[in-house]
Design a protein around this ligand. Structure first.
Ligand SMILES: Cc1cc2nc3c(=O)[nH]c(=O)nc-3n(C[C@H](O)[C@H](O)[C@H](O)COP(=O)(O)OP(=O)(O)OC[C@H]3O[C@@H](n4cnc5c(N)ncnc54)[C@H](O)[C@@H]3O)c2cc1C
Length: 321
């Protein structure tokens, strides 16, 4: 039976959602194609974390070593290379995260196996691997068929599937020895650096009013702030607003900003590029105001207003004051 190998990702004692998202995808694919799902857990003295994977796969391979406690590409690559060479999985899934972006291309080169990065969907059609990648800021889904090969490496965009920790499995745990670290070139993990909090913490807010390029000029921010004050919300923004320094970088939502999950996220004049969505799409309720009815933000919004935000804002503010 062919195997799908999923690389578990963890940081600072927490399994990251991407691990279970990939396992959801892997289990669906395995069910459709008579494959088995194995998770590779690289870590150090973190059996509590690896144990949590049991409900989501058939097998867990654990490598426990001080070199693997925190992500460091050199030992991680050596460990992955050893496991993939040994097990020859049909498909290896790695998160398209900072860690996966660092690992996947290098691993594909070392092992000479085809790689598709940043995929949102994976399927097997008549023995050929097909993937979907989003292009043009999420406006278009590109369907790609990989060339026929006996192994594939795919990196999965975070948020592409539900993170289901319980998938009615009871994974067997196998602990294996790490490879020799002799050829490591000396890169060391030293510490995680926490960004200094220069402003409010948008990740802690219950309600966010988030402004995008549609705000047009900094003088218009006052209207959004007035609305935010009226409903007890904190002001956040998309990247262009932070890049122009109209709001501090600490207010930026998205892949290169913060991930937020407020009770209410109100997006004003934000198109909803995937880099933005990745930081807010798990908000409990999303309300979008955009004059373009085809803006991708409406794909994740629970409520939407298609109109000029400068018409809508005063009406909303008045309603709540
Ligand atoms: C490596 C990388 C990392 C990135 N990280 C992030 C990130 O962390 N966060 C982030 O947000 N982006 C990020 N981006 C940028 C992202 O790709 C988009 O360019 C960005 O999110 C677009 O911001 P926007 O929606 O404000 O602007 P636009 O895409 O220009 O959208 C403006 C929207 O406002 C609407 N609009 C205009 N005027 C009005 C009006 N009067 N009333 C109502 N609607 C109006 C328009 O219809 C449009 O949909 C990143 C990009 C890269 C390459």
């Amino acid at each position: 039976m062919g195997e799908i190998l999923v690389l578990a990702e963890h940081r600072r004692g927490e399994l990251r959602d991407i691990t279970f998202e990939m396992l959801t995808m892997a289990n669906r694919l395995a069910g459709e194609n008579d494959l088995s799902v194995t998770t590779l857990f690289l870590g150090y003295e973190s059996s509590d974390l690896s144990d949590r994977l049991k409900g989501a796969c058939e097998k867990i391979i654990r490598m426990d070593d001080p070199e693997l406690g925190n992500y460091n590409s050199e030992p991680y690559l050596a460990a992955l290379e050893m496991v993939i060479k040994d097990r020859k999985p049909l498909l290896t899934l790695i998160g398209h995260t900072a860690m996966g972006m660092d690992l996947a291309p290098c691993l594909a080169t070392r092992l000479s196996i085809p790689l598709a990065t940043d995929c949102v969907e994976v399927s097997l059609v008549e023995g050929r691997l097909e993937v979907i990648r989003q292009i043009y800021g999420g406006k278009i889904n590109a369907h790609l068929t990989m060339k026929a090969y006996d192994q594939y490496l795919i990196s999965i965009r975070p948020g592409s599937a539900a993170a289901e920790a319980e998938q009615e499995k009871s994974g067997d745990m196998e602990t294996i020895s790490p490879p020799s670290w002799e050829n490591l070139k000396g890169r060391r993990f030293i510490d995680y650096l926490e960004a200094a909090l220069e402003d409010v913490d948008i990740a802690a807010a219950d309600i966010l009013v988030s402004i995008g390029r549609g705000i047009a000029k900094p003088e218009n921010i006052a209207a959004a702030q007035e609305f935010a004050d009226a409903i007890g919300a904190t002001l956040a923004c998309s990247r262009p607003v932070a890049d122009k320094e109209w709001l501090p970088k600490s207010r930026q939502v998205g892949t290169s900003g913060k991930t937020v999950r407020p009770k209410i996220y109100i997006a004003l004049g934000i198109s909803g590029a995937f880099q933005h969505q990745a930081g807010m799409k798990n908000s409990e309720t999303i309300i979008a105001v955009n004059k373009d009815s085809r803006a991708p933000i409406f794909n994740v919004a629970h409520y939407g207003i298609v109109d000029d935000m400068f018409k809508v804002l005063p009406l909303l503010t008045e309603k709540f004051t």
